[in-house]
Write a protein that binds this ligand. Structure first.
Ligand code: ATP
Length: 259
């Protein structure tokens, strides 16, 4: 049974419904020796596998995000922010409760699958195709992505391993922003951008919110959240601590974490 049943506002269009969600990671062999030799010796001796530990990362979370919202998710390290985004993206099965989304969620993370040995140009093409764009749409969007990323001249033809982390983040965001997403989940991808790029990203996120469903943003930099979001969820040990307007939630969070 859900701990906090969700209340849906009938006058608005729900895009993401998180209903009494529990996410539990299973860690096998925690504390024991975890190498191949010890596993082999266990098999030979017909011993049971080492004990399993559970990490309860999200504990009965419920909320509704509506069309057009940009929701910031904040909280201390390990509070469950990335886990929540992965659960909304459908990458982690709930232990209990559920996540329902209207449309296809896309998770844009710091480790988004760009190929380090390929050039920026190749990554744009692959990224657009991977997001479901046709070759023709990819061709049409290509220059827009290059302009948005605004890399130093020539770098678009270099392998991505030669990029700084900020340049990689810019390109990743530019690729993701080329498409209208039903639910766009951004995990720390704006963190390394400079002020000018963040302002540009904020404008693009606003456009995406109008065109699409909802945007979720995880960021440790609170000013990024304040600038970009119109609602903030504060997670504390996998539970909802506060949900409301950015200024209110961020000041309560700052006060609590500076004690
Ligand atoms: N793959 C995993 N296996 C086991 N436990 C995990 C795994 N990923 C995360 N956890 C645990 O789940 C909890 C929530 O982690 P999560 O990464 O969601 O937090 P976070 O708020 O995004 O943290 P950070 O701010 O450090 O990025 C933590 O206790 C973490 O140790």
């Amino acid at each position: 049974m859900a701990q906090n049943p969700v209340n849906i506002d009938p006058t608005r269009e729900p895009i993401v419904v998180v209903d009494g969600l529990h996410i539990v990671y299973r860690v096998y062999g925690a504390g024991g020796k975890g190498n191949a030799a010890s596993a082999m010796s266990r098999v030979i001796k017909r011993q049971k596998r080492p004990s399993m530990t559970e990490v309860h990362a999200i504990k009965g979370l419920s909320f509704v995000a509506y069309r057009g919202e940009a929701v910031g998710v904040i909280g201390t390290n390990g509070s469950g922010k990335s886990t929540l985004l992965q659960a909304i993206a459908g990458l982690l099965p709930p232990a209990r409760g559920g996540v329902y989304t209207d449309g296809q969620p896309s998770l844009l993370g710091v480790n988004a699958a760009l190929m380090k040995d390929l050039t920026g140009e190749r990554n744009i093409v692959l990224g657009c195709l991977a997001m479901g764009m046709t070759p023709q749409e990819t061709k049409e969007k290509y220059q827009e992505v290059v302009d948005f990323a605004g890399l130093k001249p020539g770098f678009i033809n270099y392998p991505m391993r030669t990029y700084s982390s900020g340049m990689g983040a810019r390109l990743r965001f530019a690729i993701a922003a080329a498409k209208t997403h039903d639910v766009l989940l951004i995990d720390e991808a704006l963190a390394t951008g400079d002020g000018k790029f963040r302002a540009k990203s904020k404008r693009r996120i606003e456009e995406l919110r109008k065109e699409a469903g909802a945007v979720f943003l995880v960021a440790h930099q609170l000013d990024v959240v304040r600038e970009t979001c119109d609602r903030v969820i504060w997670l504390d040990d996998g539970q909802m601590r506060m949900d409301g307007p950015p200024d209110e939630v961020i000041s309560a969070y700052t006060e609590a974490t500076q004690k």
